[in-house]
Design a protein. Structure first.
Length: 152
């Protein structure tokens, strides 16, 4: 059954995930390095992983299955999940696919180098209303697409 995994520590679209998952009656697992408040619904679970570099990512990759959905802005995690035939959506609604993940990894490496050299400071821009709307639409589209494929 379709499952949504959320890389939850810094995810700004958890409420949107709950809304869409509730409409489709899908299970959601939030994976984080520390406890956080989640709605008291039996279809929402919080998995707290031990502290450690990539512990949450490793847990998600270990549990994700074909056509599950992962919500994360983490490009290396997206790449690992795509290799397991999962669907991956960033918080701005941008889907990570086999066609665009190579460019995303390369851009990440370039930006990391520029940050290390002091050329770039600061993180990504804050999420705006349009990003949230795009995320909602993309999550809905991915769920519909998976359901269509499984009904054939």
């Amino acid at each position: 059954m379709l499952h949504i995994f959320v890389d939850a520590d810094a995810c700004p679209v958890k409420q949107e995930v709950y809304r869409v998952a509730g409409r489709y009656r899908l299970e959601v697992t939030l994976v984080a390095n520390s406890w956080m408040r989640v709605p008291d619904e039996r279809w929402i679970a919080l998995q707290v992983v031990k502290d450690g570099f990539d512990a949450a990512d490793d847990w998600i990759v270990e549990h994700v299955q074909t056509d599950d959905i992962v919500v994360s802005a983490d490009i290396p995690l997206a790449s690992r999940c795509l290799k397991k035939s999962a669907r991956v959506i960033g918080p701005t609604g941008k889907p990570f696919t086999e066609d665009n993940i190579g460019m995303a990894v390369a851009s990440r490496e370039l930006m990391s180098g520029l940050r290390s050299a002091g050329e770039i400071t600061g993180g990504p821009p804050p999420l705006i209303k349009r990003d949230r709307a795009r995320f909602l639409q993309q999550l809905d589209n991915v769920i519909q697409s998976i359901r269509r494929e499984h009904s054939k």
